[in-house]
Design a binder for this molecule. Structure first.
Ligand code: 3HC
Ligand code: NAI
Length: 643
């Protein structure tokens, strides 16, 4: 490999350039190279200041995550970047870090070891380590609070979300924004500097106890079960108690214990799995994708209207239509309210909310879809209806337009057969609420072309969704696996575990919601109808439906419901007991562990079949589906992850 770090002198400034594609991660040798460059500048009498900059599309996206599994396996020594960063910070001449693209994790830590920071306005700066089950491990927890105060540093290190350069400059993390050419601007800035300014010497602004408590509570709520955010909180707070070097030592200890623990292993697995989903053996390298400039949606119900938001939020104009003018009107009113609320609650600036709203146009009929690059069908779940709709869309859609169905259960090939263009037909299975859930199953029919799949994957990226390709079989990946998982939970009830005990066991395991409560939200009559139609043996859930318990919608299902609050119901116990007695099934007691083992094993067993049948391309795709669409705890790595 050619040297990833090089330097040149330009009129009194030494420019050190990092070139380690794709994201200038700190692979072995990179930070050493930067230090060498900085020290060469320090030793050169003609150099007054040093600029460190990234080649390509970014500054530094962090430590090299590919190294972590090797460190965990003991094949590489533990990361030890601090002595190198100290050498940058101790340089006797001003060091300016010139940022663009991403300055994340170790990248931001390198930037903060420099004396000054300038940035292109589009730069993202952050400490995202908690998303990998880690905390910053190269001084981030100690330098960041000295630059932006404890409260902001806590927010960045505990939740892991990046901030934009403009905000960073308001906070003092960035000293100057450079609008034009970054190297030129950075050098000009460097020439104005007189002396170094070490971050470690700055005085930090403390946070009040109640502020810290609020962040702690928020972390417990938003990142339930994750160990790293609470550790990050303790270590950032330590910056206000310990001196700098003690703080670094504390950070190093916690970083190491997290890196070798189970959660980091699971979350690093998910990081790579997420990127793996886009690698498709049936899409030849270099496959061209189609340009989608406008989208259209038919069916403006629960799903259609929320899918419209996804496009508008991503900057794509979208038309929305429905056979019922009243439904369309209701959907447009709902969309307007959505953006009004976002604006009122401070989630979107007024101009941005207005721009997004303006991208969604009501269309009286599909005839107005003649410019669409993609049409998503989201009409009611009925095969004959959808076939008729696909024939209708085929007649109006322009050549090259992708025709997608949001169906949860129907055969994509049967829909494709209703058109004269089966290669352009696919499933795009969004999850409710579509504007919130990140998962998108891209369903590949027998004739769907690789180009169409590649276009859908690219589009998903624009929509900020995580797309997973699924084969065209009932339930695709996610719902197919959910059925036996729920059945296992129901069986536990039939054998004597109370429904709330079952749900609680799985929620303590980390599931966002127990499967019986999920059933109540969806409506128990749905599963009842499917089981009856498929001639499956009845379960105690059918007895609940027959007793008029349909779930949240009529206030009684597995639980009693008051709005979104659920409570246990002795009436359910009676139904269950009678059901089991009638069939001679003896009730026994269950330990939480038994319930979890049984339900999760059912999920895994079906997952293995899904892979064998080629419905999922790989086990890690299933992990991505379950973590992003079904509330499986990310810190466990997904149902197929072995640890
Ligand atoms: N290390 C190694 N590889 C990385 C990497 C990293 N830090 N960041 C990204 N990559 C790789 C990806 O795996 C991918 O490889 P592939 O093409 O072979 O699949 C490639 O770079 C491109 O990545 P994306 O597809 O994600 O590209 P995007 O342009 O969509 O996003 C990004 C770029 C915002 C930088 C995103 O990749 C990202 O968020 N990366 C991770 C950032 C991060 O978590 N940094 C902290 C690392 S931990 C750390 O620094 C510890 C320190 O405190 C000591
Ligand atoms: P919905 O009942 O809320 O909306 C369906 C809409 O389609 C209604 O507004 C109806 O007027 C309209 N419609 C019916 N026939 C039409 C026609 N011929 N032309 C134009 N519009 C027509 O249904 P929902 O929940 O939005 O579901 C839509 C699709 O999304 C279904 O295929 C469903 O299986 C799927 N889906 C639903 C999820 C959910 O959680 N609700 C999740 C994922 C997929």
């Amino acid at each position: 490999m050619s040297n990833p770090v090089t330097w040149t002198r330009d009129n009194g400034v030494l420019v050190v350039t990092i070139d380690n594609p794709p994201v200038n991660a700190l692979s072995p040798g990179v930070l050493e190279g930067i230090v060498e460059g900085v020290e060469a500048g320090a030793a050169d009498e003609e150099v007054r200041a040093i600029v460190v900059i990234g080649a390509g599309k970014t500054f530094i996206a962090g430590a090299d995550i590919r190294e972590f599994p090797k460190i965990i396996a003991g094949e590489r020594p533990m990361l030890s970047l601090n002595p190198l960063l100290d050498r940058i910070e101790n340089a006797p001449k001003p060091v300016v870090m010139a940022l663009h693209g991403s300055a994340l994790g170790g990248g931001l830590e390198v930037a903060m070891a420099g004396h000054y920071r300038v940035a292109a306005p589009s730069t993202q700066l952050g400490q995202p380590e908690v998303k990998l089950g880690l905390i910053p491990g190269a001084g981030g927890t100690q330098r960041l609070p000295r630059l932006v105060g404890v409260e902001r540093a806590l927010r960045m290190c505990v939740f892991g979300n990046p901030i934009a350069a403009r905000e960073a400059s308001e906070l003092g993390l960035v000293d100057a924004l450079i609008d034009g050419d970054l190297p030129t601007g950075a050098m000009a800035y460097a020439r104005t500097l007189q002396a170094p300014r070490r971050t470690r010497d700055l005085t930090l602004q403390s946070a009040e106890e109640h502020v810290i408590e609020k962040i702690r509570d928020e972390a417990r709520r938003r990142m339930r079960g994750h160990a790293a955010p609470l550790s990050a909180l303790e270590v950032v707070c330590a910056a206000d108690i310990f001196d700098f070097d003690e703080g670094l030592a504390f950070e190093a200890r916690i970083f190491q214990s997290l890196l070798t623990g189970p959660q980091a292993k699971a979350l690093i697995h998910l990081f790579f799995s997420e990127r793996e989903t886009a690698k498709l053996p049936f899409v030849p390298k270099g496959t061209k994708t189609r340009e989608v400039r406008r989208a259209a949606i038919l069916g403006a119900g629960t799903m259609g209207r929320a899918i419209a938001l996804c496009f508008a939020n991503a900057g794509l104009p979208v038309q929305l239509s429905d056979s019922s003018p009243a439904a369309l009107e209701a959907a447009m009113a709902w969309i307007r309210r959505h953006y009004e609320n976002a604006e009122q609650q401070g989630r979107l600036p007024a101009e941005e909310a207005a721009r997004r709203l303006a991208r969604i146009q009501a269309a009286a009929s599909v005839k107005e879809f003649a410019d669409a690059g993609l049409i998503v069908e989201a009409v009611s779940e009925n095969l004959e209806l959808k076939r008729a709709v696909f024939a209708e869309l085929d007649a109006v859609a322009p050549e090259g337009c992708l025709l997608a169905s949001n169906t949860s259960t129907l055969d994509i090939d049967a829909l494709a057969a209703a058109t004269n263009r089966p290669p352009d037909v696919l499933g795009l299975h969004f999850f409710a609420p579509a504007n919130v859930m990140r998962l998108l199953e891209v369903v590949r029919g027998a004739d769907t072309s690789p180009e169409v799949i590649a276009t859908a994957m690219e589009l998903a990226r624009r929509l900020r969704k995580i797309a997973v390709v699924a084969g065209n079989r009932f339930g695709f990946i996610g719902n197919r696996m959910f059925a036996p998982y729920r059945e296992a939970a129901i069986q536990c009830v039939q054998e004597g575990a109370l429904p709330w005990v079952v749900d609680q066991a799985l929620e303590q395991f980390g599931m966002a919601m127990g499967p019986l409560a999920v059933g109540d939200l969806a409506g128990l009559d749905i599963g009842h109808a499917i089981r009856r139609e498929a001639g499956l043996p009845p379960t105690v859930e059918d007895a609940l439906v027959e007793a008029g318990r349909l779930g949240q919608k009529n206030g009684r299902g597995w639980y009693l419901w008051q709005g979104n609050r659920r409570s246990s119901d002795p009436g359910v116990e009676k139904v269950v007991r009678a059901w089991s007695e009638e069939r001679g099934i003896a009730h026994r007691t269950f330990a939480a562990r038994d319930i979890v083992d049984r339900c999760v094993e059912a999920l895994r067993a079906e997952g293995r079949k899904v892979i064998e049948e080629g419905i999922a391309l790989r086990a890690s795709d299933i992990d991505i589906v379950y973590v992003n669409g079904y509330g499986y705890p990310a810190w466990r790595g997904g149902p197929m992850f072995e640890g």
